[in-house]
Ligand binder design. Structure first.
Ligand code: UD1
Length: 431
């Protein structure tokens, strides 16, 4: 089984180019299936979750071509099946965006109950509430979510919970409903805005994305477009924290600094220097990190998807830090693995990590429990004294393009190995 072999101790130094946002690309693919015309999508990240989604879409008759590594051409003029039950779709969250897309276009959709990282119960009640408010009948049967409507009509919907997925899904269905839909208490994440911009470029009439209230005037049809996906702020944030944890100096390129404000603010708080330009951010960590408090919140708060990465930094800071996870209830699974490297963290009540800084990590064999937790363990290993291995990297590959290659280009000693023999070879090479 593939794993990362890592020798820690080198500060990361250099430049790294950020790929397109996976969590914007997944709903944009679904939205692209709302028109029968051809759509060209650029800046698509080359990661596993994207492949799974595209394969599922091919399976129901969508023409999907990779024009180059990051450009997808899609035509959904010949969809022959509105039931998406590809087994691999259970593993990705984004597959449920086909519900909103097909409900809008065909007034009917059946999609397997979604999976994604095991970080909590991840309800879908707000999606279903939104679809029902638009006039759909929704049931869950044999592991499928089935939504159907004679007609979709605009409605006034108040989300009980701020949800990225529900905001996007209901916005997509409402795009092709009759009349005006107002969604209140929306998620404001950059990828919500990106999906709205994409749909508007196809002829939709969506206003207010990026605020608490989104207004959608339904249109009869959507047309083809050419669109570039926004940079992945979580990938960018991960390299920013990798610089902080390894006491490096990294220029993170192709980003929208505004999307990273909460991450930048925390890096400044823990003592890093952060310089912003139009489309890049440089992080210099001349000193060990300082302790602080952080609570994850919906955007523009500190992202839950950056919680493991900041915890890895704070576990090296002098003093006590507290990290509170307010979005998902099961997001500290990586903490037990980090303890193998010497971290001193107690998780209380499932949502609060009390961290006593230890000053240094020591290399160990660890297992990635999920996507972001896995990336955080790699960062810890890069700062640790000696050798580490990180197993179950399939999780990390779901969301990070060329992770080990980009880290290598920043001077990290990291390699993909399959056997113990490979690991021994790696040890000899870098010793
Ligand atoms: C998306 C991201 C994920 C990120 C999360 C929060 C994708 C594929 N995944 O996940 O990486 O961590 O946003 O930024 O884009 N909830 C309900 N009922 C619902 C919907 C959500 O109770 O109907 C709860 C969830 O269990 C969770 C919280 O609301 O506790 C936020 O979930 P949501 O914003 O929907 O996250 P996802 O869209 O699943």
């Amino acid at each position: 089984m593939e794993q990362y072999a890592i020798k820690g101790g080198n500060p990361l130094v250099g430049e790294v180019e950020i790929a397109g946002a996976k969590n914007a690309a997944l709903p944009i693919f679904a939205a692209a299936a709302m028109t029968e015309e051809t759509v060209y999508i650029d800046n698509v990240p080359d990661v596993r979750d994207i492949d799974v989604m595209l394969d599922a879409m091919r399976g129901i008759g969508v023409m999907v071509k990779k024009a180059d590594r990051h450009r997808i051409v899609m035509n959904a003029g010949n969809i022959h099946n509105l039931t998406v039950e590809d087994d691999r779709c259970k593993k990705i969250r984004g597959s449920y965006y086909l519900l909103g897309a097909f409900l809008g276009r065909y007034k009917s959709a059946e999609v397997v109950l979604p999976g994604g990282c095991d970080i909590g119960s991840r309800g879908i009640d707000q999606h279903l509430k939104g679809f029902r408010a638009l006039g759909a009948e929704v049931i869950i049967e044999h592991g499928l979510i089935k939504a159907r409507a004679a007609q979709l009509r605009g409605s006034h919907i108040y989300m009980d919970k701020v949800s990225v997925g529900a905001t996007i899904n209901v916005m997509m269905a409402a795009t092709l409903a009759e009349g005006m839909t107002i969604i209140e208490n929306c998620a404001k994440e950059p990828h919500v805005v990106d999906v709205a911009n994409f749909l508007n470029s196809c002829g939709a009439n969506i206003k207010g994305a990026g605020t608490d209230v989104i207004r959608i005037r339904g249109v009869a049809r959507l047309h083809g477009t050419e669109y570039g996906i926004i940079p992945d702020q979580i990938e960018a944030g991960t390299y920013m924290f990798a610089a902080a944890v390894t006491r490096g100096d990294v220029l993170v390129k192709n980003v929208i600094p505004k999307h990273l404000e909460s991450v930048t603010a925390k890096l400044l708080e823990i003592g890093c220097e952060v310089e912003e330009a139009d489309d890049c951010i440089r992080v210099v960590a001349a000193r060990p990190p300082m302790h602080t408090q952080v609570r994850t919140l919906p955007y523009p708060g500190f992202p839950t998807d950056m919680q493991p990465q900041i915890t890895v930094a704070l576990a090296l800071a002098k003093g006590t830090s507290i990290v509170t996870e307010s979005i998902f209830e099961n997001r500290f699974k990586y903490v037990d693995e980090l303890a193998r490297m010497g971290a001193d963290i107690k998780v209380e009540g499932g949502d609060t990590a009390i961290i006593d800084g230890v000053g240094k990590y020591t290399g160990a064999s660890v297992t990635a429990p999920d996507l972001r937790g896995g990336a955080a363990l790699v960062i810890a290993a890069l700062a640790a004294e000696g050798f580490s291995t990180v197993d179950d990297i399939k999780y990390i590959e779901r969301g990070y393009e060329d992770f080990h290659l980009k880290l290598q280009s920043l001077g990290a000693q990291i390699e993909l190995v399959e056997t113990d023999k490979d690991f021994q070879k790696f040890k000899l090479k870098v010793s």
